[in-house]
Design a protein around this ligand. Structure first.
Ligand code: 4NP
Length: 185
């Protein structure tokens, strides 16, 4: 699948196609901003950033307009990644068209995303670690825990992001080169 949309929802048909990926969690202040920042960093390290469009969003509306949780920002910073400039937004119906792959961090995220999706099955919603690593594992919610929980979440997201880049690199290049639709399932 190809995506021709940018963040303000205007068409960018003249730009080369990219695989569009949305990371989703409950609050969009702990896990999904970290996933957005880490996956972007992994792509930059591999010279692949131009082949992808990446964003993150919340299922709940509690933190809309806010920056990521300071504990999530600190965990990223301990690993050389700056996520402080991100702003929480909520998942909307248009996201199910704009994004080729929508990754929930845990099974509750997947259930909520499936209920929000306009059509079933849309085939774009996946559990992040399962899709990337072929392991049916969640990225657990660290919100009510301490710093070590955020570091553990960072490590899970880093591992999954490296595997996701491995998995999608060839497909992203062929999408770019052919300009034709490509399955991302
Ligand atoms: P996240 O963590 O889903 O990883 O961003 C949470 C952040 C806030 C809340 C729950 C989880 N909350 O209930 O406000």
């Amino acid at each position: 699948m190809l995506s021709h949309w940018q963040k303000d929802n205007t068409s960018i048909m003249s730009e080369p196609p990219r695989i569009a990926i949305l990371f989703v969690c409950l609050g969009n202040i702990c896990r999904s901003p970290l996933a957005e920042g880490v996956f972007r960093t992994v792509l930059q390290e591999r010279g692949l950033e131009h082949l992808f469009q990446i964003d993150s969003a919340a299922l709940g509306d509690w933190h809309v307009g806010q920056p990521p949780d300071p504990r999530s920002v600190a965990a990223a910073r301990r690993n050389g990644i700056d996520t402080s400039g991100q702003t929480c937004r909520q998942v909307g119906p248009e996201d199910f068209e704009r994004f080729d792959l929508i990754f929930g961090m845990d099974r509750d995220n997947i259930r909520r995303l499936s209920r929000l999706a306009p059509k079933e099955p849309c085939g774009r919603i996946h559990l992040f670690r399962q899709y990337a690593l072929d392991r049916a594992e969640e990225v657990p919610d660290p919100y009510h825990g301490g710093e070590e929980g955020f570091d553990a979440v960072y490590r899970m997201i880093r591992e999954a992001s490296e595997a996701l880049a491995d998995k999608l690199a060839d497909r992203a290049l062929s999408v770019r080169n052919s300009g034709q639709a490509s399955s991302t399932t």
